[in-house]
Design a protein around this ligand. Structure first.
Ligand code: NAP
Length: 500
């Protein structure tokens, strides 16, 4: 079930929110600490959905500053009026006279951590014989979620258990997988009643919360930061289209090795891996495909019979996007063979491309702001290298930008002088935020063939989907989702920059 807390402070807003919540939630929560002077008896008939009555003290993350006896009197009024649920904290539960039909939720909140003695905390709550036990902690580490899952699996009575904060999102979304009684979701962004609460819309349309069950396969992206990752949008949409019982989550991870060991208990069926974990992840895998080992980075992990296999779809996706722009050649020869390619940048993206290009037989020159890094990458590949000043003299068939120049917020920058762009040349841009960088705009104007960072991003995700599922990926849908999500973010940015 999804419970939407109503955090409006006026009666008018409350009635509007109740109307909206009726479409998104199974249960609503009246927060008496937000509604000064509101009486449970008057609120009760307003909701078509079953309602929880709660009145949180400041120390429990609420707004109540009045006397404790007045607070308990309000909760008692809700019980006496026959409210479906009343939530009272574990230390205050003795002060409430409980009686049917009201179900009492006895709750524990910890805004600092997920304490070591979590099982004892639960035992203390359960010893008071609540109708529903509630244990809400804060995830300081992603592994804290596992302890809440174990608590749910062993629970002796209906239990709500999850962790707050960005690292706890996983426990909120996977509640139905582990038999949790309900999860909380805000009505809209900005209406959260606790840190890390997703919106009801996200639970429904992004994570397909209602379809999640004990059998649902779990996938996700490991990174740090991870909040703005496009991967949950693209992969959840692809799973939905393919009719797969699977959900894809963002995992905010500090220590990737400990994370993989811990989450083997769920188990997770597959991962995308992004910055800064693409290198460190390799030491935690049972097997790494030779190309990924050569590149020195893994961006895809699949679990088969409990063993973790790593691969790199960045390389194949980038080369694939270039090959289709150049057009297939008759015979076995790659269209990149013998082509002169200038690769700008020597970071992670450049690495994945450089190995792929060498394999295709391209004549590669790597130019980077820090020339020593270009040399480090180029030497083992037998390629040329130099600083960015080398760009002015270069005449190439393919020009690739893998530097972050042009990326939001410095969208008006490009390191390629327009004079270096010639008709018929292929220009490949790694940056996808914004979708059309200054380099791509100028390359189009100069009559170049262009390949965008979106093409690359979609293809690496499509190859991941195929690695995990063995099915062909819904590329068109994946592309539409990426374009729509990026367009929404670009519009949001221009709205907020216009407002300031
Ligand atoms: P990275 O490892 O941090 O490397 C950044 C590169 O950009 C380095 O070569 C750096 O040069 C160069 N650079 C940064 N600021 C510069 C400046 N002001 N002038 C000149 N060069 C500058 O990052 P990465 O992982 O390679 O990612 C690079 C870009 O590719 C990002 O925008 C990322 O979003 C994008 N990307 C896209 C995809 C996709 O699927 N489309 C995949 C991967 C990456 P120094 O060595 O001198 O610092």
């Amino acid at each position: 079930m999804i419970c939407v807390p109503l955090v409006s402070s006026s009666r008018e807003e409350l009635e509007r929110d109740l109307h909206e919540a009726a479409r998104a939630a199974d249960v609503v929560e009246f927060r008496l600490d937000y509604l000064a002077g509101a009486r449970p008896r008057e609120l009760l008939p307003l909701s078509r959905l079953p309602a929880i009555f709660t009145c949180r003290r400041r120390s429990d993350g609420g707004r109540w500053e009045g006397r404790e006896s007045d607070r308990l009197a309000l909760l008692q009024e809700a019980v006496d009026a026959g409210a479906p649920y009343v939530d009272v904290e574990v230390d205050a539960a003795a002060g409430l006279r409980r009686r049917p039909p009201t179900r009492t939720i006895i709750s524990y909140h910890n805004f600092e951590e997920t304490p070591e003695d979590l099982e004892d905390v639960y035992a203390r709550v359960a010893s008071l014989h609540p109708d529903v036990a509630k244990v809400v902690t804060t995830a300081r580490d992603i592994l804290d979620n596992l302890r809440l899952f174990r608590l749910l699996q062993r629970a002796s009575l209906p239990t709500i258990a999850f962790a707050m904060g960005e690292r706890g999102l996983v426990s909120r979304v996977l509640t139905p997988k582990f038999g949790g009684y309900l999860t909380f979701a805000s009505l809209r962004r900005g209406a959260e009643s606790a840190p890390g609460q997703p919106t009801a819309e996200e639970l429904h349309s992004l994570y397909r919360y209602r379809q999640i069950s004990a059998r649902t396969a779990v996938f996700g992206v490991i990174g740090n930061p991870i909040g703005h990752s496009l991967s949950p949008h693209i992969h959840n949409a692809a799973f939905r289209q393919a009719g797969l019982d699977a959900v894809y989550l963002p995992f905010l991870v500090d220590d990737v090795v400990k994370f993989l060991q811990g989450f083997a208990a769920i188990p997770v069926a597959g991962y995308s891996v992004t910055l800064p974990h693409k290198v460190a992840v390799m030491s935690a895998l049972d097997e790494v495909e030779p190309m990924a080992r050569e590149i020195g980075a893994v961006n895809t992990v699949v679990s088969r019979d409990g063993r973790l296999f790593g691969s790199n779809t960045d390389c194949a996706a980038a080369v694939g996007a270039l090959v289709s722009a150049l057009g297939d050649r008759p015979g076995d020869r790659s269209p990149l063979a013998g082509k002169s390619v200038v690769l700008l940048g020597a970071g992670g993206a450049a690495r994945a491309l450089a190995y792929g290009l060498r394999r295709e037989g391209a004549l590669l020159t790597i130019l980077n702001r820090t020339a020593a890094k270009a040399e480090e990458l180029a030497r083992p590949l037998g390629s040329q290298w130099g600083g960015l000043e080398g760009l002015a003299q270069s005449r190439c068939d393919v020009l690739i930008n893998t530097t972050s120049v042009g990326m939001h917020p410095r969208v008006e920058e490009s390191i390629v002088p327009p004079a270096a762009l010639r008709p018929g040349m292929v220009v490949f841009e790694a940056v996808y935020n914004p979708m059309k960088t200054r380099l791509l705009r100028e390359a189009e104007a100069a009559g170049c063939l262009t390949v965008s960072g979106v093409d690359w991003f979609v293809e690496q995700a499509a190859l991941q989907f195929e690695t995990w599922t063995g099915r062909s990926a819904p590329r068109r849908l994946m592309r539409d989702i990426v374009v729509a999500t990026l367009a929404e973010r670009e519009a949001e940015r221009s709205r907020t920059s216009g407002a300031t």
